[in-house]
Design a protein around this ligand. Structure first.
Ligand code: 5GP
Length: 142
């Protein structure tokens, strides 16, 4: 059985501003910030503000605003890093590989011949995340 949403999860803390993140986008319904263990340069997480564990318990009204931002961020990261493509990843419950239980979509720029790094692998340096966030913000703004 699916567990209840836990408001103590790490993304809920980021949304409430209790722990820092490298934000690239925010509107009334959605926030986007850098993944601290990126699977590739520019790996961004797009997170609805509405609480749900994942796609299985989310209000369907969440998906329109969420995927509008996923598209904006996908276009921006492709431009910011001159990528060849963009991979979206989205996990639901532990068996799927989900590790943080607040709905989110991974947006990862891709380059011909370059494999994804492991999921939840190595921590990136804050200064690198800050620099990459700046590039994405610039691409979103233009
Ligand atoms: P999931 O496995 O739930 O789909 O993905 C969770 C993602 O959150 C992983 O890619 C992981 O690297 C990332 N992550 C885990 N803790 C933090 C954190 O404290 N801050 C940020 N920005 N990302 C995190």
């Amino acid at each position: 059985m699916t567990q209840a949403y836990d408001p103590g999860n790490i993304f809920a803390k980021i949304l409430r501003g209790e722990i820092p993140s490298h934000r690239v986008y925010e509107d009334d319904a959605v926030v986007a910030f850098m993944d601290v263990m990126p699977q590739g340069i520019g790996h961004t997480l797009v997170v609805p503000k509405a609480p749900s564990r994942n796609i299985l318990d989310a209000d369907p009204a969440t998906f329109g605003p969420l995927f509008a931002v996923v598209q904006k961020v996908a276009v921006a990261v492709k431009k910011a890093f001159n990528a060849d493509g963009v991979t979206l990843l989205q996990f639901n419950e532990p068996a799927s590989g989900q590790t943080v239980y607040h709905l989110h979509v991974h947006v990862v720029p891709r380059f011909e011949g370059v494999p994804l790094k492991p999921h939840s692998g190595q921590m990136e340096k804050p200064e690198v995340l800050a620099e990459n966030a700046g590039k994405i913000r610039a691409a979103l703004g233009s």
